[in-house]
Design a protein around this ligand. Structure first.
Ligand SMILES: Cc1ncc(COP(=O)(O)O)c(C=O)c1O
Length: 388
């Protein structure tokens, strides 16, 4: 692996919050409460005036959620972070906080399908226009940016795994006065820290690698104190997509092993991608680690990639003969998953839209989990043998 998290950020994942406030518990408590009461009028009024910051109601502030937010901000090298009830809630709150009717967003091709749908429905009704560009083509991005309010990035993307030079794109956004945002779910802060590359807001579906155990749906946004304060002031309380204390606690637990899990995902997925590339029945493997070099700022690769079978392979038989890889659409957990492209293509991008997110009908997306490279490879080989 290239350089992982710096050692002090890694250590902070393990030791976070053992600060003596909670009877020196190794694992922090869950503040599973909606409400925090006051014993004195003066304290309550000071809190309402903002003179004293303390929890009042969990939709605003909850100590367990705050612990998770602090941990993630540290990992991303950000000043602050805000937890959400889902990745989509983090995406919608981030975008809605910074646009108004008449504004334009520039987004890279192949963003996560529900982000694409958000842009094409709610934002369209709000008269916010979205221009899609190839994120690999910096000239095209520069051409699209004048007058845009937001540059929305996702790198690497989550089906064709297109990887962009995030620092270069963030610099272009800055030059044109646009706010840059990135969906960093694929790389996790272990392999990409966009704030350090000049991006303004970093968004995660925490349901993926941050949680890591397929038991949480959550999201988070990291950025400067000023930008997070803007989110906190409006979209966060009014849209109300608050991360729950129990889910924050599960994320804190999951994140302690994030660097170790990412290392294992990287090693197994890259080995399997290289072996698939050598098979006669495989046309192309879409995995950023197979290129000569990774884009600047991306220091490693995760467990999610796709490949395209040559014509004549029975993809249904392949999927049905897999034993360890389960048919499932999410990713980022401990388990290995497979999704055939032709299944995903059954759901239209939007009514009357022929957009396909770059998904090839003979493609298959794999999430390589933590079961072990050789058992997973045997599983794939047996299923490919039956299907070819
Ligand atoms: C790349 C990417 N971004 C965002 C999301 C949305 O996250 P959530 O499902 O937590 O709302 C997903 C979910 O699959 C995703 O794959």
């Amino acid at each position: 692996m290239n350089d992982m998290l710096d050692p002090s950020a890694f250590a902070s994942l393990i030791t976070a919050h053992d600060d003596g406030n909670y009877a020196d518990a190794v694992v922090p408590p869950i503040f599973q409460t909606s409400l925090f009461t006051f014993s004195e009028y003066d304290e309550m009024i000071a809190s309402y005036r903002g003179e004293k910051v303390r929890p009042i109601y969990t939709r605003g502030l909850n100590p367990t959620v705050r612990m998770f937010e602090d941990m993630l901000a540290k990992l991303e090298g950000a000043e602050d972070a805000l937890g959400f009830a889902s990745g989509m809630s983090a995406i919608s709150a981030s975008v809605l906080s910074f646009v108004e009717p008449g504004d334009r967003i520039v987004a890279v091709n192949h963003v996560y399908p529900d982000a694409f749908r958000l842009f094409g429905t709610l934002l369209k009704r709000m008269k916010v226009e979205v221009t899609y560009v190839d994120g690999r083509d910096e000239e095209a991005v520069a051409k699209a940016l004048p007058g845009a309010k937001v540059l929305y990035l996702e790198s690497p993307t989550s089906w064709v795994m297109e990887a962009h030079d995030v620092g270069a794109l963030a610099a272009l956004a800055k030059k044109h006065g646009a706010i840059s945002m990135i969906d960093n779910s694929w790389a996790s802060p272990v392999f990409q820290r966009p704030i350090t590359l000049g991006v303004d807001l970093v968004i995660h579906s925490a349901s993926k690698y941050l949680g890591g155990h397929s038991d949480v749906v959550a999201g988070v946004v990291a950025g400067s104190k000023e930008m997070i304060a803007r989110l906190k002031a409006e979209a966060y309380p009014y849209l109300g997509g608050k991360l729950s204390p129990f889910d924050a606690w599960l994320l804190i637990r999951g994140m302690r092993t994030l660097p170790l899990r990412m290392k294992a995902h990287q090693e197994s997925a890259l080995t399997i991608a290289r072996r698939l590339q050598g098979l006669d029945v495989v046309e192309t493997v879409c995995h950023p680690g197979l290129a000569n070099r990774l884009p600047a700022g991306l220091t490693g690769t995760s467990g999610l990639f796709s490949f395209i079978f040559k014509e004549g392979v029975d993809i249904r038989a392949f999927a049905d003969h897999l034993k360890l890889f389960k048919l499932g659409v999410s990713w980022g957990g401990h388990e290995s998953l497979v999704v055939p492209g032709e299944v995903v293509l059954q759901q239209k991008a939007q009514p009357n839209s022929a957009h396909t997110f770059g998904i090839h009908a003979r493609s298959v997306r794999l999430h390589v989990g933590l079961e072990g490279t050789e058992v997973l490879w045997s599983d794939l080989q047996e299923a490919i043998a039956v299907a070819s």
